[in-house]
Design a protein around this ligand. Structure first.
Ligand code: LCS
Length: 393
């Protein structure tokens, strides 16, 4: 992979970019479904892998490849695989590593559909699942079974912002020959690099911080080694979950500002978390930058910064949450996260509703929990917006 010795910001701008014969400054959009071979031998050699060439966009495309290379370099992995959505990335990982009668150990406060697809679809094919609070490392070893084939962690978790020790998980899982997958969506490679901490695979909903502009749905998987990469790519190609070239172009454009977007949003988030923690109507605030966060020290150790995601519990519960969401004027009442605009949502009735109340409470997703994705607006405006809305409760 090229550019591996440059600094992170240089990689953001230049790594993986594909320039055309005219010297295009940016990676062009190769909006084509298929690629003509020069002759029969060239076609045969491309299929046999003897010659580097593009065949068909589901298998590979120069614009998509530019994005895959860039993210793989940012995550310090062997190779990246871009997919149509974050859920396509999650499902491709499950399809690659799980088979009949195998067991997956996963974070209880994982993104709702990452859990639901196991419980509704994979269980039909005999897959067993256990969801535990992976932020308590004692829960890992004791829940490993002889048929455990995958340890899947999401850290910080969506929406509880609980933090799991990636290096400790990798150490335990590898003792049992189990690969570790980390959903790194909440941090992006700018704040956390799970492969450097011992994970085998990292994935993202690219929809969030990596693209950062709320105009693309996409996903990416990055494998640490060539063997795992080849297996995952085959799954993506067979599943037909490829990203589209135009989508990839937008993400290559969006990711270039990843570090400056996160720096600004994080600066805002630190001030907003302090404001919320001192507010009389707020019961608790979950933010890795607060000393009150249960895994504050671990966050300092494995993340470069506390990020831009805050969850908080209102003393007034569900009803107070509704009032807050109906009265904010700058924060948009919308799911998704990690964009330049501030978003607010209510996991119990939105992203995690599919888990049912019992499952939600077991994963600490209470009725009054509010998730706040901090954007890059002026922080005084965001605090004033929260202040006037909280005053209505
Ligand atoms: N992983 C995490 C941690 C996520 O937050 C999401 C989406 C996904 C995977 C799936 O990615 P997608 O297919 O949507 O690109 N999270 C969302 C959320 O919290 N609100 O809306 C979507």
């Amino acid at each position: 992979m090229e550019n591996t010795n440059s600094g992170f910001n240089t990689k953001l701008i230049h790594a993986g970019d594909a320039h055309d014969q005219w010297g295009s400054a940016v990676t062009p959009i190769y909006q084509t479904s298929t690629f003509a071979f020069k002759n029969a031998k060239h076609g045969a050699d491309c299929f046999a892998g003897k010659e580097k060439g593009f065949i068909y966009t589901r298998i590979g495309n120069p614009t998509i490849e530019a994005l895959e290379k860039k993210v793989a370099i940012l995550e310090n992995g062997f190779g990246g695989i871009a997919l149509a959505s974050g859920m396509a990335a999650v499902t491709a990982v499950y399809m690659t590593l799980l088979s009949k009668d195998s067991h997956i150990l996963s974070t209880s406060a994982v993104y709702g559909p990452s859990r639901s697809v196991l419980e509704t679809h994979f269980m039909k094919f005999g897959v067993e699942c256990t969801f535990v609070d992976t932020s308590n490392i004692e829960n890992i070893e004791k829940n490993i079974r002889p048929n455990t084939k995958l340890l899947y962690i999401e850290t910080p978790g969506n929406p509880t912002i609980s933090i799991t020790d990636i290096a400790a998980c990798a150490e335990i899982a590898h003792k049992h020959g189990i690969p570790v997958v980390v959903d790194n969506t909440f941090c992006s490679p700018y704040l956390q690099q799970p492969l450097n901490l011992g994970a085998d695979i990292v994935l993202h909903s690219i929809t969030k911080f990596i693209n950062g502009h709320a105009d693309v749905v996409g996903g990416v998987i990055i494998a640490k080694d060539s063997e795992m990469y080849a297996k995952l790519r085959k799954t993506m190609v067979y599943m037909g979950g490829n990203m589209d070239p135009h989508q990839a172009y937008l993400v290559v454009r969006g990711v270039k500002t990843l570090s400056i977007r996160i720096d600004r949003a994080q600066e805002n988030a630190i001030k907003i978390a302090d404001y919320l923690e001192a507010h009389p109507k707020v019961a608790t605030v979950m933010y890795p930058g607060l000393k009150s966060h249960p895994q504050y020290e671990l966050g300092l150790k494995q993340m470069k910064g506390p990020g831009a995601m805050i969850s908080f519990e209102l003393k007034g519960g569900f009803e107070a949450g509704e009032i807050l969401m109906d009265n904010v004027k700058i924060a948009m009442l919308a799911v998704s996260l990690g964009g330049i605009e501030t978003l607010i949502q209510h996991p119990a009735s939105m992203t995690h509703a599919g888990m049912g109340k019992e499952g939600r409470l077991a994963a600490s997703i209470t009725d009054g929990l509010v998730r706040y994705s901090v954007g890059i607006e002026n922080v005084e405006d965001l605090i004033q917006d929260l202040d006037q809305a909280l005053a209505k409760i």
